[in-house]
Design a protein around this ligand. Structure first.
Ligand SMILES: Cc1cc2nc3c(=O)[nH]c(=O)nc-3n(C[C@H](O)[C@H](O)[C@H](O)COP(=O)(O)O)c2cc1C
Length: 211
């Protein structure tokens, strides 16, 4: 398979310090809205990058569920590899790629567990089957087989008998408080736009980077 000629030109849009919002959270919201408007698949999917206990960076996709000035929230198992890594080192990267609008956004920040109220509310807003899966899956641990997982699911489903499961303590949200954003807009001839926001006290300082 020859993949060396796989490439495309990026012509959708441009970004400058003048056109970007002075507030990077608002800028993120504008771009997410554009990605959704363009029918991007999984527009809220983002890579979360953590430093693993073995020293290797680890990346995995999760779904962004909330964002505002306080930070960017996703939900997971606190005992998973990412949970263990975050407890050890809360510095994380978030990374979005929206091909339909030829954009990526990178965010660096510090992750902390969300308040339990938010985790409870979000947990109970999920379909029952997803709640059961979250309870029975010891995420990132080795399991004997697929059958084992399905059995655990059926056992808990039968036990619940239409009652509402409680959120397990080891499942909940992380909120990533951003320190830095980079907005990348693909441009023609690979002369892409890169606008970075860095936090200085309570202000955001903008810079343009070479592509
Ligand atoms: C589109 C997509 C969405 C996902 N959303 C989540 C999520 O919101 N939370 C989560 O814990 N895992 C999610 N996953 C699974 C993770 O990528 C990963 O496999 C899992 O969290 C275990 O990661 P870890 O072992 O590095 O902790 C998603 C995967 C994909 C492909």
């Amino acid at each position: 398979m020859n993949i060396d000629s796989v490439r495309r030109e990026y012509t959708f849009s441009g970004l400058s310090k003048e056109t970007a919002d002075a507030n990077p959270v608002k800028q993120f919201g504008n771009w997410l809205a554009d990605a959704m408007q363009a029918n991007t698949d999984e527009p809220t999917a983002m890579s979360v990058v953590t430093l693993g206990l073995d020293g290797f960076p680890q990346s995995r996709i999760v779904l962004l569920k909330y964002f505002d000035e306080k930070g960017f929230v996703f939900f997971t198992n606190y005992n998973s590899d990412k949970g263990v890594s975050i407890e050890q080192n809360p510095a994380v990267g978030l990374h979005f790629f929206w091909p339909k609008v030829e954009r990526q956004v990178r965010i660096s920040g510090f992750a902390a567990k969300t308040e339990t109220k938010l985790s409870d509310e979000y947990f109970h807003s999920r379909p029952l089957a997803s709640q059961i899966s979250a309870i029975i899956s010891e995420q990132s641990s080795e399991i004997p087989s697929r059958k084992y997982l399905e059995n655990q699911f059926e056992i808990l489903l039968a036990q619940l008998q239409n009652s509402k499961p409680a959120r397990p303590e080891n499942w909940g949200g992380y909120r990533v408080k951003p320190e830095k954003f980079e907005f990348w807009q693909g441009r023609e001839n690979r002369l892409h736009d890169r606008i970075v926001y860095e936090k200085q006290y309570n202000d955001w300082i903008m810079k343009r980077l070479a592509p």
